[in-house]
Design a protein around this ligand. Structure first.
Ligand SMILES: Cc1cc2nc3c(=O)[nH]c(=O)nc-3n(C[C@H](O)[C@H](O)[C@H](O)COP(=O)(O)OP(=O)(O)OC[C@H]3O[C@@H](n4cnc5c(N)ncnc54)[C@H](O)[C@@H]3O)c2cc1C
Length: 56
């Protein structure tokens, strides 16, 4: 997983932008846990899968 901070983004200068590569269990869990601790940051998940992760 890769996370990058883009400081000084236009319109959201004080928030994080998280980039997650892969939407398997690790990437999906990362996105969910980031959202629990950061309600305002942007989360972008990049994947080469054609369908979203499904736990069941
Ligand atoms: C045949 C098989 C059976 C298994 N059975 C079980 C089981 O019964 N129970 C269990 O707990 N575990 C099982 N596992 C293991 C389990 O699948 C893995 O431990 C788990 O999927 C790892 O999750 P991950 O998110 O780290 O990686 P992955 O699930 O591999 O997810 C990685 C994601 O990143 C994406 N990705 C990779 N490279 C790029 C790229 N360059 N650009 C964009 N996207 C990219 C991939 O498309 C994928 O969606 C099994 C594994 C296999 C192979």
């Amino acid at each position: 997983m890769y996370m990058v901070e883009l400081a000084g983004r236009e319109g959201k200068p004080d928030t994080m932008h998280y980039i997650i590569i892969g939407n398997g269990v690790a990437g999906t869990t990362a996105a969910l846990n980031i959202r629990k601790t950061d309600a305002a940051g942007d989360i972008t998940v990049l994947t080469d899968e054609s369908h979203p992760f499904s736990a069941g």
